[in-house]
Design a protein around this ligand. Structure first.
Ligand code: ADP
Length: 468
């Protein structure tokens, strides 16, 4: 089976969040099981060094010829393809700038999808694995062209659906017969993600719990009824991390590498980190949060609780980028409290240093399709404090002896969140117990091995038209 894995971001070429990590780790884990290829946009910030020109062709839309260049590269067992297209590759960032989402994202990612389908034909692809709304239109184009290519859509976050004005149908030459509730229409607009849900052969999401949650009003983002209609093809497979990228024993981004046996080096990372970030007392437990600054991640809850938390003997560090209002409030706290430091931005190296230094990771997400931070944290010997939701529920359990030992709270309230931090502080005082739990976590398998096998079985089922 030749499988093409299509994503709008793949680490290390482009990353805005967990999608890039998954798009790196999953194809790598699958490449020992089947013939894996990947495709992503060649954004303007990606260097062409090491890439070879593979093919050029034109895509005609509304009487305009768009010249497409495809570049390629071999990476371990994977053949990678990069799409250079007008609009898609000419912006400074992947999706947005300081004024918000790019206005022509419909055309940018519509063109990307048309190119992917063209590439599927050229490369004789059997299965096309789509990820999120950016690639979801491919399944519609495949049906339209009646190609014998099976499609799987993975939903990484239902909150992002690729909603555009219905004029986008014309801009992309999509027949207006698809402007119905059963197809692309979404409250008078169109949704790219809906195209993927309707026309893909299988739909997966990134954890078993989230697969159930998205069928409810609370988590369904308006698509719960629609998804319920397609639930026979929906399943949840828990994400994993790339254990080579996130490996404290071989991480050149951190101050001192360490493993379970040299855990004292983790403490040295903490001392260095506290010094550099001008936090207060290195003996106090260090809580970190590494996140996009969006409501989903529970920033409101953190802001509401911060004052009470900072009265305790603790240090808190937040690395985040996103909503300007949240950033402003966090910056204010940062100025007023010497045991709190907020770094406004996206910084891969700093995130590794924070995982390595931390005693605890704060992850009070309102909803969380899977979440990778908690797995990365456990691998680095930092204990996660999580709201019991989505993939956090599937991967973290309250102080257990099975893999994924952490602190879990059930109600998304200030009271429960603060109580969870207090449980963490109490546990930290019991040095022996705390150390044995974090060392146990460090040994656990958070890789994509199990998940990849499940995806592989799914590929086989769609390939052979096995319906159950
Ligand atoms: P999401 O995809 O919803 O943002 P995930 O938990 O699935 O959340 O993945 C987040 C990934 O992005 C992790 O690798 C995390 O370390 C990284 N990350 C998030 N915010 C930042 C940031 N401000 N700087 C550096 N890395 C970040």
């Amino acid at each position: 089976m030749r499988v093409l894995f299509a994503s709008s971001e793949i680490y290390p070429y482009a990353k805005s969040g967990g999608l890039a990590d998954v798009a790196d780790a999953l194809p790598k884990a699958l490449s020992s099981l089947t013939d894996m290829l990947t495709v992503m946009p060649l954004y303007s910030f990606i260097s062409k060094k090491g890439l070879t020109h593979y093919k050029s062709f034109k895509i005609n839309l509304n009487k305009i010829d768009y010249k497409i260049n495809i570049y390629t590269k071999s990476d371990e067992n994977i053949k990678r393809y990069f799409v250079e297209a007008p609009l898609l590759s000419t912006t400074q960032n992947s999706y947005c700038d300081e004024n918000g989402d790019y206005k022509n994202n419909d055309l940018r990612f519509g063109l990307f999808c048309m190119t992917i389908v063209e590439l599927c034909v050229i490369l004789k692809i059997d299965i096309l694995h789509l990820n999120d709304w950016h690639t979801a239109l491919c399944s519609l184009f495949i049906k339209e062209r009646m190609l014998n290519i099976k499609t799987i859509l993975t939903i990484h976050n239902l909150a992002y659906q690729g909603i555009f004005d219905k004029k986008s149908l014309k801009r992309l030459e999509i027949d207006k017969k698809y402007f119905t509730m059963e197809s692309l229409e979404f409250y008078g607009n169109i949704s790219f993600l809906k195209a993927g849900i309707v026309f893909s052969d299988k739909i997966t999401t990134v954890s078993p719990t989230y697969a159930k949650e998205i069928l409810t009003k609370e988590f369904g983002c308006g698509l719960e009824g629609f998804l319920a209609h397609h639930k026979d093809k929906l399943s949840g497979i828990l994400n994993g991390i790339n254990e080579s990228v996130f490996n404290p024993s071989k991480d050149d981004k951190i101050y001192l590498s360490y493993d379970k046996k040299s855990i004292e080096n983790k403490y040295k990372n903490k001392v260095e980190f506290i010094k550099k970030s001008k936090l207060k007392d290195q003996r106090h437990p260090l809580f970190v949060m590494i996140t996009r600054l969006v409501e989903q991640k529970g920033i409101n809850l953190v802001l509401k609780s911060l004052k009470r938390l900072l009265d305790k003997k603790i240090n808190i560090f937040i690395l985040g980028e996103g909503n300007k209002e949240f950033a402003k409030k966090l910056e204010k706290f940062s100025k007023e409290h010497d045991n709190f430091y907020f770094y406004n931005g996206y910084d891969e190296s700093l995130s590794h240093c924070a995982y390595a230094a931390a005693d605890f990771l704060l992850m009070p997400s309102k909803f969380e399709p899977c979440g990778l931070n908690q797995m990365i944290a456990m691998r680095y010997g930092a204990m996660p404090i999580v709201h019991s939701v989505g993939g956090l529920k599937d991967s973290v359990h309250e102080q257990t002896t099975k893999c994924g030992s952490g602190i879990v709270f059930n109600k998304h309230s200030k009271k429960e969140f603060i109580a969870a931090v207090e449980r963490a502080l109490k546990l930290k005082k019991d040095k022996k117990k705390f150390q044995s739990l974090i060392k146990f976590n460090m040994e656990c398998d958070f890789s994509f091995k199990t998940g990849a096998l499940k995806y592989f079985k799914l590929y086989i089922r769609v390939y052979h038209d096995i319906s159950c």
